[in-house]
Design a binder for this molecule. Structure first.
Ligand code: NAP
Length: 246
């Protein structure tokens, strides 16, 4: 058994893959042999560059713009992916936002937008792909959670709630789809070097037991691991430099 999954002939969709963790995951899936749809919300040029890098590996890849917090946009995204590359075998729900808010300034609009972008998006994308995966008796869904699902973190209560919800969603879909050859897992990073953590990088580095922030590649490695392991489902893998152990 190969320890790196062989994804040749598989089609993957990664949401929020124009930069950061999603970009690293999309590239790693391409390296493992998959054809990859690179979703973005606003940064078309960055997403096109990621798709070009995957094509340079000899895979097929397209960059597709869609705000995954809305049902119509997700339906268009999934249809465009399938038209360009074929049925989706691997879905990585990575798109997310982290509005840093204290309790005094946290508004209803902040809460609703965070839940829509971080949690509802995963529900919408998963609902769109699981019937096809079930018909083909194979699928992998990986939800990018956060250490904030279980620990407090610095972003705020709205973000904690969205990521805790992501892990509940993971368990719910895993339980219903295990018998159909579909594994659903979460990967929960903390303090990865991306634009999301740029504002508090120095403040955080000193608090992380391994002494530095993590990389997108280290998160992608955990994503590939759960995709390659058919006996893991419904679980969350932490990638956090020893920040917390729950
Ligand atoms: P990032 O650098 O801010 O990148 C966010 C990505 O998500 C971008 O590609 C962005 O696309 C996309 N995106 C945002 N809203 C979207 C929407 N509504 N529809 C489609 N795409 C959208 O973030 P990151 O640090 O890589 O984080 C990726 C995931 O990991 C998020 O779910 C985040 O919560 C989670 N996470 C990150 C950390 C960390 O330390 N960085 C820790 C824990 C969890 P555009 O650029 O095109 O707008």
């Amino acid at each position: 058994m190969s320890l790196v999954p062989d994804l040749a002939g598989r089609v993957a969709l990664v949401t929020g893959a124009s930069r950061g963790i999603g970009r690293s995951i999309a590239l790693a899936l391409g390296e493992a042999g998959a054809d990859v749809a690179v979703n973005y919300r606003s940064r078309a040029d960055d997403a096109q560059a990621v798709a070009a890098a995957i094509r340079a590996l000899g895979r097929r890849s397209v960059a597709l713009g869609a705000d995954v917090s809305g049902a119509e946009a997700v339906a268009r995204l999934v249809a465009a992916t399938e038209e360009a590359l074929g049925p989706i075998d691997v879905l990585v729900n990575n798109a997310g936002m982290a509005l840093r808010r204290g309790l005094e300034e946290l508004s209803e609009a902040d809460f609703d937008r965070t839940i829509a972008v971080n949690l509802k998006s995963a529900f919408l994308c998963t609902q769109a792909v699981w019937p096809g995966m079930r018909a083909r008796r194979w699928g992998r869904i990986v939800n990018i959670s956060s250490g904030a699902a279980r620990a407090a973190g610095v972003v705020g209560a709205h973000y904690n709630a969205s990521k805790a919800g992501m892990e509940g969603l993971t368990r719910g879909y895993a339980a219903h789809l295990a018998k159909d050859g579909i594994a659903v897992n979460a990967v929960a990073p903390s303090q990865i070097e991306t634009e999301m953590t740029a504002a508090h990088r120095a403040e955080m580095a000193a608090r992380i037991p391994v002494g530095r922030l993590g990389t997108g590649e280290e998160v992608a490695q955990a994503v590939l691991m759960v995709i390659g392991n058919a006996y893991m489902t419904g679980t969350t893998v932490q990638v956090n430099g020893g920040l917390h152990f729950n």
